[in-house]
Write a protein that binds this ligand. Structure first.
Ligand code: 5GP
Ligand code: 5GP
Length: 216
């Protein structure tokens, strides 16, 4: 009895680098925990033909469903933007706009594989522990700095560590997100989407924000 959700082929698990995101004008990165690590952006249903379902029907975001996960979400899935996100059509934006957006835009489409909001966020947090991109990169010698790294070498390091092809997205030469792809039963698989915006060289810029000065 499928009341919401959509057909899709696999999942994309997207993690973002605060060192890049927090350079944008709209960022509010006071929630970023030090030492700074990649944080969760979202878990997204995806199709082999590179389309994806979004904004499916189903229950709206309800913070009481993630009360037990709240501290973990703040630490590992923080809201890095001060802009309130544009929500799905017909959904009113609430106080937890980013989490609401990820659940309503992507999470509602993952039913019945991921049947509800609490599962959606706990699966996301678990994947973040399982695919610890910050550790994978630093173990391979790729550390936040002004250095330019060969993108292909960074990709190979991630690929070796997780056992499948990731996808990278950049803002200019700066790494912005690293995507890991999973089958519907959450086993690792290659990402199939075409290469995103990264060039031959990629930096992992150190974390700086407007708030830096009064945190020291
Ligand atoms: P951007 O335009 O910044 O690349 O993506 C904006 C948003 O569109 C993402 O945060 C995500 O919600 C969605 N999106 C972009 N590319 C993909 C994709 O390849 N797969 C899925 N499932 N969503 C995507
Ligand atoms: P998406 O790119 O997933 O479609 O949209 C994410 C929305 O959530 C954007 O409108 C953005 O302003 C808001 N947002 C709030 N915090 C974050 C964050 O930490 N990362 C990203 N990518 N978007 C965030």
């Amino acid at each position: 009895n499928l009341e919401y959700g959509a057909d899709f082929d696999y999942y994309v698990f997207s993690q973002q680098w605060p060192g890049t995101f927090c350079r944008t004008k709209s960022s509010c990165c006071n929630k970023v925990v030090k030492p700074v690590k990649f944080t969760v952006h979202g878990l997204w249903p995806e199709n082999e033909d590179n389309t994806w379902p979004s904004c499916c029907s189903g229950p709206g975001f309800d913070e009481s469903k993630v009360a037990e996960l709240y501290d973990y979400l703040v630490e590992y899935w923080p809201t890095l933007s001060c802009n309130s996100p544009k929500q799905c059509k017909g959904r009113k934006s609430g106080p937890y706009g980013f989490w609401q957006h990820e659940w309503e835009k992507h999470g509602t489409c993952s039913y019945p594989i991921i049947p509800d909001e609490a599962t959606y966020f706990s699966v996301g947090l678990n994947l973040h522990l399982r695919y610890d991109i910050s550790k994978i990169l630093s173990d391979a010698g790729f550390i936040p700095s002004q250095k330019r790294y060969k993108t292909s070498e960074m990709k190979a390091a991630v690929s070796d560590a997780i056992g499948a092809k990731p996808a990278f997205s950049c803002k200019g030469q700066l790494i912005n997100e690293i995507w890991v792809c999973l089958t519907k039963d959450l086993k690792i698989r290659d990402c199939g989407m075409p290469a995103k915006s990264c060039g031959t060289y990629t930096q992992i810029p150190p974390f700086v924000t407007k708030l830096e000065s009064y945190e020291e």
